[in-house]
Ligand binder design. Structure first.
Ligand code: BMA
Length: 317
């Protein structure tokens, strides 16, 4: 089969499966990624045998071969402020380093009897982790913080809605302190086609001369289930609520067996990217059962973002 441009899968994919987790688990998928003190780190979503998720660190010297830590790092909170909202697990982390604060912020989906909502916490050393707040109501997920402030405000993308048959769009919100959020605006919404049901931001914004580059996922509802694929959008450097362009076609989707077959078939779900020398390493969950890696040249993704500046494939507001 002719391979899609511009991502190339790592030859030894998948890079992590439950065989690599030192304790009993059901699956590992949807990992955040960053570099820290010359190491590549993945913050893995590990689903236990009860079907609830927690977060475990994996470390690597080369970005390809990871060693998973012996024990979970962030588990659902027992603090009464959080407990009910994290009772069924914490999922799909994203890590954003904010140089101004010299801090790594971790956003995650907290899942409990009321549904999914977003939590945020911080670390400086990937040893201690301090929760800051639960920052959305339900239902909401796929929240990612920008690495810079805009007019002294933190900015995050999130994905309210998208449950019980409703569609879900990517939004932005602002906060002076990471606790209180508002001025919400819709950014990019589903349209008929590959992302007809839900869109959600996937990976933390990458600053380029052309704008903030964000990979996002689009969900297509089909008679035999959902297909999760990946697109890219470019946001204005000064105003992250302004979409400069996006890829009208998906640029990555499930093709390999490990992406087609698993607990949830036909899913590629990136949560982390690492950029080095103009190349991007995209770490993605495959079929909710493994973690895989694909690489692309940054400029190739940027070029594809200019194909759509208007409303052809997705609705802009
Ligand atoms: C989304 C998220 C992801 C998951 C995907 C496919 O809604 O919950 O964690 O990978 O569904 O099941």
């Amino acid at each position: 089969m002719k391979k899609l441009h511009p991502f190339v899968r790592y030859q030894d994919n998948p890079i992590l499966t439950r065989e690599d987790i030192p304790y009993w688990s059901n699956t590992v998928f949807n990992a955040a990624a960053c570099k820290f003190r010359d190491e590549y780190l993945l913050l893995l979503r590990v689903e236990d045998l009860n079907g609830h998720s927690h977060l475990t660190l994996a470390r690597s010297e080369d970005g390809y071969r990871f060693k998973v830590e012996e024990k979970p790092w962030i588990t659902p909170s027992t603090d009464p402020e959080y407990e009910v909202y994290e009772r069924y697990g914490i999922e799909d982390p994203r890590v954003t380093y904010v140089p101004e604060d010299d801090t790594y912020y971790i956003t995650y989906t907290a899942f409990g009897p009321h549904g999914p909502r977003v939590g945020i916490g911080r670390t400086r050393d990937f040893e201690g982790f301090e929760r800051i707040a639960l920052i959305t109501e339900v239902p909401n997920k796929d929240a990612i913080l920008f690495p810079e402030k805009f007019d002294n405000q933190y900015v995050m993308m999130d994905r309210p809605g998208g449950f019980a048959g409703s569609t879900g769009a990517i939004w932005v919100q602002y906060s002076p302190d990471l606790v209180y959020w508002g001025r919400a605006q819709a950014l990019l919404a589903p349209q008929p086609g590959w992302g007809n049901s839900k869109l959600g931001s996937s990976t933390p914004p990458i600053k380029t001369e052309a704008g903030w580059l964000v990979l996002y996922h689009g969900v297509r509802e089909t008679p035999s289930g959902r297909i999760y694929r990946v697109g890219a959008m470019l946001l204005d450097l000064e105003n992250p609520a302004e979409v400069i362009g996006f890829t009208p076609n998906f640029i990555f989707g499930p093709e390999e067996l490990y992406e087609r077959v698993g607990d949830v078939p036909n899913v590629v779900f990136p949560c982390g990217v690492i950029v080095e020398d103009g190349h991007i390493k995209m770490y993605y969950g495959a079929a909710d059962s493994a973690i895989a890696l694909a690489e692309a040249r940054l400029e190739d993704i940027l070029a594809l973002c200019y194909l759509a500046k208007s409303t052809e494939t997705h609705t802009r507001f």
